[in-house]
Design a protein around this ligand. Sequence first.
Ligand code: CMC
Length: 436
Amino acid sequence: MTSTMPANAKPTVELVVDGTARPLPVVAASEGASGFKVNTLLRDTGLVTLDTGFTNTASCESAITYIDGDQGILRYRGYPIDQVAEGASFLEVAALLIDGELPGAEALEAFEQTVGKNASLPDGFGAFLAALPADGHPMATLAAAINALAAWYPEVVDPRDGAQVDSATAMLLAKTATITAALHRRRTGQALVAPDASNGYVADFLRQTFGDAGGEYAAEPVIVDALEKLLILHADHEQNCSTSTVRVVGSSNATLFASVAAGVNALSGPAHGGANEAVLVMLEKIRSGSDTVETFMDKVKNKADGVRLMGFGHRVYKSYDPRAAIVKKSADEVLEKLGAKDELLEIAQGLEQIALNDDYFVERKLYPNVDFYTGLIYKAMGFDPAMFTPLFALGRMPGWIAQWREMVNDPATKIGRPRQVYTGETERDFVPVSGR
Ligand code: CMC
């Protein structure tokens, strides 16, 4: 394949099939890798592209989030993640991702109020949650609960109606926090606490989660700030597994609720968002088991029983995940301030130290990802490990919504329907069971 860019012509690449050159149009990126379109390849050549795991396939054009995996760069709508995490609130970031621009003070206040007004759960929703096992995995319950919202609010499910989508957006941002707090309270056998948005989004989420029976909670500023930052760091990450799921489900004109509920399910896997819980389980296992940090790392390198160093490696980042760098700093600060510096942090630091200097990890460019240190902060805040991935989902909600809205409004969107390379039996005659 060659790239041809004659002066004054739209750039194309040429694919030579059986001696015939096929020009394929290039879609230029504003930054990062440009793409060439293959939509008509099957029609023109009888060939499909095969890209297992989509390691080299762009599924859409997007203007939301930019990642440079080699340089460890992450930007939301052009703004570097460290600046956003330092200077913005979570809802401000949600508005940025969804609308494309930072909101002015008035617009931000209006957005916060709209979200705040939607924080309560509808009548009967408490009974619905109570019907699910309190000790079941909260990701299963979260997905079910978000999906069920569509049954309570059928008047806001039309993906083609902008006003309905705006309402569904506010509901999802607000109610996911209320539901996530409810999941913690059910796991800990406590009655739910009603939301009060006047406290601010993050502080009220913490109050609903950890408040006493009367809903009283003295918010520790260091915890509110750390959680705000963590939610921001998780808010979007372009076309990852759960976001791609949200887009594919939405491409069938399914509701925003159905699409993001599917995203929650995709996120639950330990190779994706479930890694934050898996990291803590791994650290606990090292602490309480017979492995030392060194013997555990030997197992990882020998791929013994498929053991992986959870919280390490990334499809896109081939250098330090910029989110992990911020989280690591935050973990040090939060644990120090809360006096919660614990053995697990030391084990995590020991694992990282070995990994950063070991050929196995260096050659494969495996660095800590966002999930490596987050669990330690969540644990210090009082969350049990099963709640870590729901917290990731809460943070990712603005990104899922922004990506879904971009997909719905993109005239190029088609139903997500990949092809396959069939490798099964060719035609053969059916044999009745008596003859087999
Ligand atoms: N521990 C040990 N070896 C690893 C790890 C790891 N965590 N990650 C990748 N490798 C090895 C892998 O065995 C392979 O080695 P070889 O070339 O000898 O076969 C090589 O590195 C390439 O790995 P891959 O599985 O082909 O890479 P991928 O891009 O398909 O997978 C990943 C990316 C994130 C699924 C993977 O790195 C992984 O399983 N990490 C652990 C789980 C984790 O922390 N996930 C969170 C990802 S970031 C947040 C999020 O997405 O939610």
